[in-house]
Design a protein around this ligand. Structure first.
Ligand SMILES: Nc1ncnc2c1ncn2[C@@H]1O[C@H](COP(=O)(O)OP(=O)(O)O)[C@@H](O)[C@H]1O
Ligand SMILES: [Mg+2]
Length: 209
């Protein structure tokens, strides 16, 4: 069961983890992009954290919608609108709900990822955040379908997201700024896949605590 209180805690923890990894994410982006991913994400989640006190007693839909709108309006670069769209689509699924069950969690992820695909027109294998998000989502579904608890499912999803980040090192970028480098993008991991992994890991760490 995922409550609105736990969701607030997850978002606070994501803010902390992104801040800790700000330089790391910028360095990864610098290798094949413009080096701003950590800065962009930190700016966005800092702004989200400032809004959390206002929505802390709200339902999950309101919390996620506020997160989405804040990310869209404060994060420059490609990732802001993409993550913003993901949170916005996830928010719609849980509108008015304070307590979420496993079915809600699966639907939120599903819609969130569809939002990223709709907005960015990328698919798996193009060296983007989707290469961490899609395997993580598939693992969550598999784990829950086979009777695992949601904390256990997120541990497995974290591993899948990590494998997804490793996979991005082996492929050429065909979307986003890194695609300008063509084959020279091979050998480097994708920044957005890395931030997605960190977000999934933080969800897992928070609900397993
Ligand atoms: N079309 C897309 N679909 C999904 N993710 C994308 C797309 N374009 C870029 N990304 C993700 O965004 C990340 C870059 O984000 P960021 O550095 O913040 O923006 P920018 O590329 O504008 O500098 C990439 O590492 C990639 O994971
Ligand atoms: Mg960048």
């Amino acid at each position: 069961m995922l409550t609105s209180d736990l969701l607030i805690e997850i978002l606070k923890n994501i803010t902390k983890v992104i801040e800790t990894n700000k330089q790391y994410l910028c360095d990864i982006d610098a290798a094949i992009g413009d080096g701003d991913h950590g800065f962009n994400m930190n700016k966005g989640f800092k702004a989200v954290a400032e809004k959390l006190d206002v929505v802390k007693d709200s339902d999950c839909g309101t919390i996620l919608k506020t997160t989405a709108m804040t990310l869209i309006s404060t994060v420059g670069g490609a990732a802001g609108p993409l993550y913003g769209t993901a949170f916005l689509k996830a928010a719609k699924v849980v509108d008015g709900k304070k307590d979420l069950d496993n079915e809600d969690i699966v639907k939120m992820f599903d819609e969130g990822i569809k939002g990223v695909i709709m907005r960015g027109k990328a698919e798996q294998g193009e060296k983007t955040m989707l290469d961490a998000l899609i395997p993580a989502f598939e693992e969550i579904k598999r784990a829950l379908d086979s009777g695992s608890s949601s904390p256990e499912a997120f541990i497995r999803a974290t591993k899948a997201a990590h494998d997804g980040v490793e996979y991005t090192k082996t492929i050429r970028a065909t979307k986003g700024r890194a695609s300008y480098l063509g084959d020279r993008s091979i050998g480097h991991q994708d920044a957005g896949a890395t931030s997605s992994y960190l977000i999934i890991k933080t969800i897992s760490d928070t609900i397993n605590k």
